[in-house]
Design a protein around this ligand. Structure first.
Ligand code: CS2
Length: 479
């Protein structure tokens, strides 16, 4: 009997994952922390404890810790979710990640997460962690809608405390899917600090760095099935288990308070570059842009996951065409064809079960960096933008919050009330719907709402979606 089988037989009901389980898990062949976690001081404060960070950067930091560099332990901050932070704290920061790669499925238990707190509940603890002498980095995955005054206040309070204590500045790395994420965060922090004290704003500008970053790994939110699979594989209950794909990428701008960090990160597989833009644009417009299109289509057509969507010939052809003809021509990443083909394979990964409704969440905040830059590129080049117009129409149909079988679904979006009201008010009248939803400057920018040719193309696709259904309308996109 293997140690795990023994454990499964002898513990009923299973207890919750704890450090005491690590030797048995290691003996069963799982990758577990080989380093001493007790007594490590966090060197990184991370804001946003959602699935993505825990299956991406946390694994990079775990690898660095495993290599003997003790500076990469994480103080993890959930912005609001007390449930998640408390569940992680109860497991002493441990959780299992199931990686679905071409070689099959493998579980691992990273150990980089050392402490947790909730910003909404324990703001002072977070400020103290930012101002702790051992802290060198601050990383963020707070989602597109997280970049507001609440975040800025928290960060600036922590940085002010560091400045007052005479401590060195921090490398502050935004890892959200925004264009120029580092620059955006820097501008937000500096503006907030300026209002408090010009000297603090100066200190932030001179002593902290805000590298731009492109991060990539598909990490769906955990489902009850994944948690059950974790319990089965580990022989213990893990409330925080996750699943992800084998692929991961982190490209970061060479702008560190400690220049030596470039080589350290590179040793763990991170790509350090002088200009993140080519990577960021390709990722946001090819991967995330296709994701948002499939999410809206899938939600309306009743296809629950991205793998279900990409298995539909009409969707696959549309997404392939979108990337090839309407997105790639405006990218400076020259290997885009390989990148596209790799994405199509990643979308088809059957193990991920990436919910379309999860990706459709906050679409009004995601669309601006995912679709309009490509529309504008096509317009400037005098090229057609049919697939992008279809994407816009698919989102407008999605805003009705009812699928083609008549099933209502919840729309999770900061603008959901307004969007749903507009979609419903004009339902059945495509021109009026497009006039209402296609002219929102916060979604489409300043120019597209004024472009009659664009709005006309969106209207035509929306009309076809209403008349023939989402998949049939997709098959009619001809260019
Ligand atoms: C997705 C991303 O939910 C979404 O909006 O497009 O989370 C996507 O899975 C990641 O950016 C992949 O790196």
């Amino acid at each position: 009997m293997t140690p795990l089988e023994h454990k499964r037989m002898s513990t009923s009901p299973p207890h919750t994952l704890s450090p005491a389980d690590l030797p048995a898990l290691a003996a069963a062949g799982l990758r577990t922390p080989t380093y001493e976690r007790q007594g490590l001081q966090p060197g990184v404060v991370h804001l946003g404890l959602g699935a993505f960070h825990r299956a991406h950067q946390a694994l990079v930091f775990d690898q660095l810790l495993a290599g003997g560099d003790t500076r990469w332990g994480v103080f993890g901050v959930a912005m609001r979710s007390t449930q998640l932070a408390d569940a992680l704290a109860a497991q002493k920061g441990l959780y299992a990640v199931q990686v679905a790669s071409r070689d099959g499925l493998a579980w691992q238990v990273p150990g980089a997460l050392l402490q947790t707190a909730v910003a909404a509940r324990e703001a002072q603890q977070v400020i103290d962690a930012v101002a702790a002498p051992a802290t060198r980095w601050l990383t963020l995955t707070v989602t597109e809608k997280g970049y507001g005054s609440e975040l800025a206040k928290l960060l600036v309070s922590g940085l002010a405390k560091r400045q007052a204590a005479g401590l060195p500045g921090l490398t502050v790395a935004s890892c959200d899917n925004l264009s120029h994420n580092g620059r955006q965060l820097q501008a937000l922090c500096e503006a907030t600090a300026q209002a408090l004290s010009p000297a603090l704003a100066d200190w932030i500008t001179t002593c902290c760095t805000f590298p731009d970053s492109m991060v990539d790994r598909i990490v769906p939110a955990a489902t009850p099935e994944r948690l059950a699979a974790a319990a089965q594989a580990l022989g213990v209950h893990d409330a925080c288990a996750l699943g992800t794909e084998g692929f991961w990428e982190w490209v970061i701008e060479r702008r560190f308070v400690d220049a030596g960090d470039a080589a350290v990160l590179a040793s763990a597989g991170v790509t350090v570059v002088d200009d993140v833009r080519p990577f960021e644009e390709a990722k946001l417009r090819m991967l995330n842009g296709s994701h948002s299109l499939m999410a809206c289509m899938g939600a309306v057509a009743g296809l629950p996951t991205i793998a279900h969507c990409i298995a539909q010939p009409a969707i696959r052809t549309l997404v392939h065409g979108l990337m090839t003809h309407e997105v790639a021509p405006h990218l400076s990443r020259s290997d885009w064809a390989d990148y596209r083909d790799a994405l199509l394979r990643r979308f088809a990964n059957p193990e991920l079960k990436h919910s379309v409704h999860q990706i459709a969440t906050d679409s009004s905040k995601k669309i601006p960096q995912r679709w309009p830059p490509s529309v504008q590129g096509q317009m400037q080049a005098g090229q057609p933008f049919e697939r992008l117009a279809f994407s816009a129409a698919a989102w407008m149909r999605y805003c009705l919050a009812e699928d083609e079988q008549g099933q209502p679904y919840a729309m999770s979006d900061p603008m959901s009330g307004e969007l749903q009201a507009l979609a419903r008010e004009h339902a059945g009248n495509t021109e009026a719907t497009v006039r209402a939803l296609g002219t929102l400057v916060s979604v489409w920018g300043e120019e597209l709402p004024l472009n009659a040719a664009w709005l006309a193309r969106v209207s035509q696709h929306l009309g076809r979606i209403g008349q023939h259904g989402m998949l049939a309308a997709a098959a009619q996109v001809d260019v």
